[in-house]
Each structure stands twice: as C-alpha cells, then as structure tokens.
Design a protein around this ligand. Structure first.
Ligand code: HEC
Ligand code: HEC
Length: 575
C-alpha cells in the first residue's frame, strides 16, 4: 500500500519536474520529506494529482528517471538483498553479517545485532524488498549477447582510462587512486603484493566473504591496503622493512594474535628488536606484537582491533575472466572500483557512542541518515569515508551517484560481524604467505576462529545452498546430494578454495552477460547482483506469516579464519 502511494507520488513529482521547472523548489521532495515524514508526503500526493504524467500507476519507472530527477528510490538502500532471503525456519544466511559478541568486551564493534538472524524486523519502508532486479528473468536478454562479444568486453581495461579521466578533470575533488597496470595484476604487483609503481598499495590474499563475493555468484574481486607515510618510512625515507613490519603489526591487531610471520625484514634497518630475541638481526621472519608501530610511526600506539588513522583500502569488483582452458581469473574489466579511507581515528568509547546513536535512531524508527560528501563519497560516521565508481552505459567507470553510494553505508557501518567496518583484511591468509595478489588456488577451506570444519562447508550446511538465495544451480549440483544435504565428503576433498567457489566457464559467461544487461539499463539502484533467473527463495514483501528461524539454526560466528587449522585438516585428508 505504502509502496503504491510512493509510486503515485513519484509519478506526480516527475511530472512536475519535467513540466514546470519553476515550481520545483517547493514541490520536489527532498530526501528528508520522503524518509522521515511519510505523512506529509502522502497528503502532498493527494493535493497534487496531475492530469498527465510521463509515468502512470503501475508503470515500470526506469532507474535512470529516479537518478535524473534526484528522487530517492529506496531510502533503505543500506539493507542489502540478502536480508530478504526466505529462511523457511531452517536456512540461515544471515549469520555472516548479523552477530553479537558477548564474550569479547574488547571488540570496538558494539552493534550486537545477532538477534536479526532470521528476524525480519524492518522499518515500514524496509518491509518492501526494493531490489527488484532480483526478480527479473534475464534468460532472453542473455541469449541476445554472443560469447565472442562478452569475451571481448571483459578483456578490456577500463581502469587506466578512468584514472586518466579523473586525473585530468580540474573540477574533481575526490581521491584518485592510480596503480599502474591494475587491470593486469601480475604486472602491477611484485611477489609480496607491493605495487611496482611506488604508489605503496599492497595487495593481499584473502578468502572471499561467503556467497556474494564468491566468483560463482557473479564477480571476481581483489583488495589492497595502504598505510600512511609515517608507517612506510624511516627518517623520511621509504623502507620496505619498516612498511612490512607495520603491516604485520596491523594484521596482528586485527586478528588479536601476539606473533606473526613476515617476509624477511632487517631489524638493523628498523632499529628495533621486533622478534623479541634480544638482538638486532639482519634478517628476521617473525614479528611480535608490541605497544607501538615502528619507523617514523614509532610514537603511534597500536589499538586493539582498530586500524591507524588514514589507513586506506582499495577494492575492485570485476567481471569473471575465462581462460582458453576454461579456468577462471580476475578479468581486466572492472564493474566497480571501491575505496575506503579512515579519515579520523575514533577510539572504542567514541565508536560505542556512535553505535548507541544508531540504535537510538532505529528505536524511533528513523530511516538511516546518509552523510554525502559530494566527490568525496560518503561518511560512515565511524571514522571512514567510502567512495565508489561504476560503469556507465558505455562501460566507462563513473562516480557513483548519491543513491548508489548510500548502499555502501550499510555493510560497512552498522552490522555486528565486521572488524573496524572492514571484511577482507581480517580474512587475509596469515602472515608472510598472505602478501601478494589474491589467489584462491593457494587457499584451503580454513575454518573460522573457534571452529573445526571449513568455513565454506559450514556455510553450505547452514544456508542450504551455494549462495544465500539457494538459487545457484551449479553449486547445488556440484556440492549437494539429491536430497538437498551437503556432500560433505566431496567438499572436504576439494583441493582449494578455487575449486569450491569458482563457476564453470559456461556459467561465468552467463553471469557476465546478465550483469552487462544491468549495466546497460544503469539499473544498479534496483540491485547489482548478476542473477540469471528470477529469485524464488527471496521475499518481495515481508509479512507476519514468515516462520521464525529455529533457535538451533542461529549461530555465533567470527569471520576471521584459523589458517593453521585449515592446513592441518587438508593435510590430514590427503594422508
Ligand atoms: C551481507 C550482509 C548481510 C546479510 C547476509 C544479512 N544482512 Fe540484514 N542487514 C545488513 C545490513 C548492512 C543492514 C542495514 C543496517 C542498517 O540499518 O544500517 C541490514 C539490515 C537488516 C534489517 C533491518 C534492521 C533495522 O534495524 O532496520 C533486518 C530486519 C535484517 N537485516 C534481517 C536480515 C535477515 C533476516 C537476514 C538473513 C535472511 C539478513 N538480514 C542477512 C546486512 C546483512
Ligand atoms: C552487501 C554488503 C556490502 C556492501 C553493500 C558494500 N560492501 Fe564493501 N565489502 C563487503 C565485503 C563482504 C567485502 C570483502 C570482499 C570479499 O571478501 O571479497 C567488502 C570489501 C570492501 C573494501 C575492501 C576493504 C574491506 O572492508 O574488506 C572496500 C574498500 C569496500 N568494500 C568499499 C565499499 C563501497 C565503497 C561500497 C559501496 C559501493 C561497498 N563497499 C558496499 C560488503 C559490502
């Protein structure tokens, strides 16, 4: 009902905007009108029923019309599609994001939203699933694109042009993050993941977050970290020894470990005994957790589970590359470039008050406030700025508009499972061997902290499928028995994470084509997931009749991984 009213309202607004531009200032609703004052909006609608509109009730208004008229399509875009999955009492994909950690009082993330697992407690607006692209069957559109066309498309580098364009735009106020040859990572980074162009970005090998970020579910991706200047230098000079030691210290604090392996570094260069053996050695490969960072950052204290101020992350989301032999790689073409910078350091107490404010807003059923910063993206209020770029209808990377950016401030802000608002770095392959561009073939299905069984195997069992929506047929066929249970033996025998979560060449082609059609529509605000057919296990509208998730299917989970255990188990299964 409410949704219908909004559509009517929107049609009238669109009409007014296009028909009589002089009136726009008092009739065009801004974000607040729609979000915090539905009543006013409704009464406006009743008085402003236009005679003719470009769209009438029930019309499919294209995403581009919302953007063009700066009309908020979904004020609850922070709620991702995953939240609308039908649990049917048994299947729980919710645990990966909604978590409460009662026994770790040191965690600065006090969101504690574990009770949302299987609970569709949405705001009124949130009860409608706005991600309508989930319900589009793209079969016909996919058929219209040839294999040759899509293969050529994904093999093009759109990143270099993007960097060029933004660097040469005198009016651009946002960040520019060049990495030479990023489209072809084996040329861009050295064996330790350090960018060869002195940009000081470091690529790391991490385990993709369950489901959405598995290549079999639509995209490949990578992540890079960069620490600020002082963390990379000794007496004002770049030092790889200092940089990798500080990176190891950041990793230890995010993983709450006391010691970690490192690529060989010199204690003599660093000027400190980092492995605690009482000597300054020329080459060491172990770092112990201290109280402070090293090099020119030696006066900066290490904070538990928090990155230093001005830490940056770069994340590219890519098409699925397909080699001649059918193997999968990170394609040159990027769907999105995503960026985060910790612009201000907030300690645990400051963060706690931000989480408290957030809870209070929710209590009063206020819709999320998104703090947009123009070219600079969006401020999460938790100390981070997020920014992002996505393909325009020609495939060139453009700045994401405000409605697209609002989406970022959900997962990276107000869910319980994240560590300092991030995902990938805490999931990095441990220590020295985790530096270098992402490589799924080198990873075992390590269990999460405190568990014994592989993360992916566990996810399959808890979710009842190879994706949160239980609609990835290839995964069901590969890893599940006829009766719907997981083929545990087969999953445990898989040689690597690559084998478990990458699609066949055929599926990869289809996923790429499906996404290309979304890109051509520029309909990202309706959903960016490359689903092939209409989702059946997802609610379009939440209602009271949903069976509650049984208590035995609610889980405590730490997204971090026990890599040593992963190796031990895979060794054991080889024996
Ligand atoms: C990929 C991470 C992710 C998964 C998986 C996920 N959610 Fe969410 N959920 C979010 C984010 C992000 C928000 C928005 C938080 C906010 O309000 O800022 C959210 C919001 C919600 C809300 C609204 C909370 C509020 O106070 O307005 C509900 C209810 C919810 N999720 C239920 C679920 C259920 C049920 C599942 C499983 C079927 C689920 N979620 C799976 C990330 C996730
Ligand atoms: C549905 C939840 C979700 C949304 C929405 C989302 N992200 Fe992420 N983001 C993730 C996950 C999960 C990862 C880890 C990627 C992986 O495991 O492959 C990630 C990784 C990142 C990283 C690398 C650092 C890190 O946290 O691992 C950056 C930077 C980033 N995202 C920025 C953005 C921006 C900008 C947006 C908005 C366009 C956005 N994200 C929207 C879930 C989300």
């Amino acid at each position: 009902m409410q949704y219908l009213i909004k559509i009517t309202l929107l049609t009238s607004v669109l009409f007014i905007v296009s028909a009589c531009s002089e009136q726009t200032t008092d009739t065009l609703l801004d974000h607040n009108d729609i979000t915090s004052n539905n009543k006013v909006s409704v009464s406006k609608k009743q008085t402003e029923q236009p005679l003719k509109t470009p769209y009438s009730d029930g019309d499919a208004i294209p995403a581009t019309a919302f953007i063009e008229h700066n009309e908020v399509y979904n004020a609850e875009s922070v709620i991702p599609p995953q939240c609308y999955t039908k649990t049917e009492g048994d299947n729980n994909p919710c645990y990966a994001c909604h978590q409460t950690y009662k026994d770790n009082p040191n965690r600065p993330n006090t969101m504690n939203d574990g009770d949302l697992q299987g609970e569709y407690q949405f705001s009124d607006l949130g009860t409608t699933n706005h991600w309508k692209n989930l319900f589009v069957d793209r079969t016909k559109m996919i058929e219209a694109i040839t294999d040759k066309e899509i293969k050529q498309w994904i093999a093009q580098d759109n990143y270099a042009d993007f960097i060029n364009k933004f660097s040469n735009d005198p009016n651009w106020q946002g960040e520019i993050t060049p990495i030479n040859n990023l489209a072809t990572p084996n040329i861009a980074f050295d064996d330790n993941g350090l960018a060869k162009d002195d940009s000081h970005w470091v690529a790391f090998n991490y385990k993709p977050f369950p489901s959405t970020f598995w290549p079999t579910n639509g995209s490949t991706g990578d992540a890079m970290i960069r620490l600020p200047k002082a963390f990379r230098e000794k007496d004002g000079e770049f030092s790889q020894d200092v940089y990798f030691t500080n990176l190891a210290l950041v990793e230890m604090t995010m993983k709450e470990t006391l010691s970690i392996s490192t690529i060989p570094v010199s204690e003599q260069v660093i000027g400190e005994d980092i492995n605690g053996d009482g000597q300054l050695t020329q080459s060491v490969n172990q770092v112990n957790l201290g109280t402070h960072y090293v090099g020119d950052a030696k006066n900066i204290a290490i904070s538990n589970l928090l990155y230093p101020e001005n830490t940056e992350f770069l994340h590219t989301v890519r098409y699925i590359g397909i080699n001649e032999d059918g193997s999968i790689y990170n394609a040159q073409r990027m769907k999105e470039v995503r960026y985060m910078k910790k612009h201000s350091f907030k300690d645990k107490a400051e963060l706690a008050s931000e989480y408290y404010l957030e809870a209070k807003e929710k209590h009063f059923e206020n819709l999320p406030q998104v703090h947009l910063l123009g070219d600079k993206g969006v401020n999460s209020n938790m100390g981070w700025t997020l920014n992002a770029y996505i393909e325009d209808e020609q495939g060139e990377l453009r700045h994401q508009n405000s409605q697209e950016l609002a989406f970022c401030a959900g997962c990276h802000k107000t869910i319980g499972s994240t560590l300092d608002q991030t995902f990938s770095f805490p999931r990095k392959v441990e220590g020295a061997s985790g530096w270098g561009y992402i490589n799924l073939a080198e990873q075992q299905d390590a269990p999460n902290l405190g568990e014994d069984q592989g993360e992916i195997l566990t996810y399959f069992q808890r979710v009842g499928g190879g994706d949160e929506f239980r609609q990835n047929k290839e995964m069901l066929k590969r890893w599940f028995n006829q009766d719907g249970t997981v083929n545990t033996q087969k999953v445990a025998r898989a040689k690597s994470v690559y084998e478990l979560i990458t699609p066949s060449a055929e599926r990869a082609l289809q996923l790429n084509k499906a996404y290309l059609t979304i890109m051509r529509e520029q309909s990202y605000i309706f959903g960016r997931d490359a689903n092939l057919t209409s989702a059946t296990n997802v609610l379009e509208q939440v209602d009271e009749s949903q069976a509650p998730l049984k208590s035995e299917h609610r889980y405590n989970w730490d997204m971090r991984l026990d890599w040593a255990k992963g190796l031990a188990t895979s060794q054991a299964s080889l024996d």
